[in-house]
Design a protein around this ligand. Sequence first.
Ligand code: 13P
Length: 322
Amino acid sequence: MNLEVDLALVCHPRVRSTFTPMIVTTAQLYKVAYGKFAVGAYNINNMEQLEAMIRTAEEMFPDAIFAVHLDHGDEEACYDCIDSGFYSSVMIDASHEPFEKNVAITKRVVDRAHAKGVSVEAELGMLGGVEEDIKVDEGHACLTNPEEVVEFIKQTNCDSLAAAIGTSHGAYKFKGQQSLHFDVIEKIRDNVKKAGLPPTPIVMHGSSSVPKSEVERINAAGGKLDPSARGVNEEEYLPAAKLGVTKVNIDTDGRLVWTRVHREYFRDHPEEFDFRGPGKIFVKEYADFIAHKNEKLGSTGQLDVVRASVRKRQSAEAFQLV
Ligand code: 13P
């Protein structure tokens, strides 16, 4: 069972004050972000990363707004998270199933999630690469078919769509430099509009940029990563966001930061065995990493708009206006 958690984050530029985190659903974030900027969804794989994220918020983005999201859940994992009361959002990934079965599973999860105010992301099409214990080789990966999207959304009522638009999970996405399939993103947006449905936020998985400098530093400190590793061009995040890519999932790049910090630390301090030293460096470097990504996603400085929108909806709901 995959219980990997995303923290989707919108934040201020760096300022220091008291830490007051607000947890919202991803759907609440999408309402503000759609067509303007993308929300960064950063996978949390261990407690140190979680602490880094919380400290980052505490020290640098004190009024940050989070959604706590299950990434790539099966049906059972989704129900666990929905019932836990801790998650504001889940992803059901039945994309490996035929269309009808994917729809049926997704719809069951949506019904149960919406009854508890939890948002649902569902996948159509299939990304290549490795994620946890799921490996999809290039031959089985397939781009999302924009012609299937409207029927999928109508039948499932999911809140967002994880679409395969040319990326893959992991550090080895492209041979040479490639671009996102902007044509697929546009076609999905246009088909949804033509069908008279409200705009559907698209989620981009496999969005790490795999910086060459990180790969080189890891290898210089004893790593053996393939120097041909390639990721998504960060300059494509914002143009994709303008077309409806509203959540951008990033995991590999955070792992590269962790690996580089720890490898360099123990190379330079071979007598050390205390991992609290590199842990402190990692927290600082991870904060810089998130600040940089959020700039590229256009979410830096959007906090006041998001907060105002969430507050407005909350008070409207209190008076049962929406
Ligand atoms: P990366 O491997 O590109 O970071 O993608 C992570 C992801 O999509 C998690 O759902």
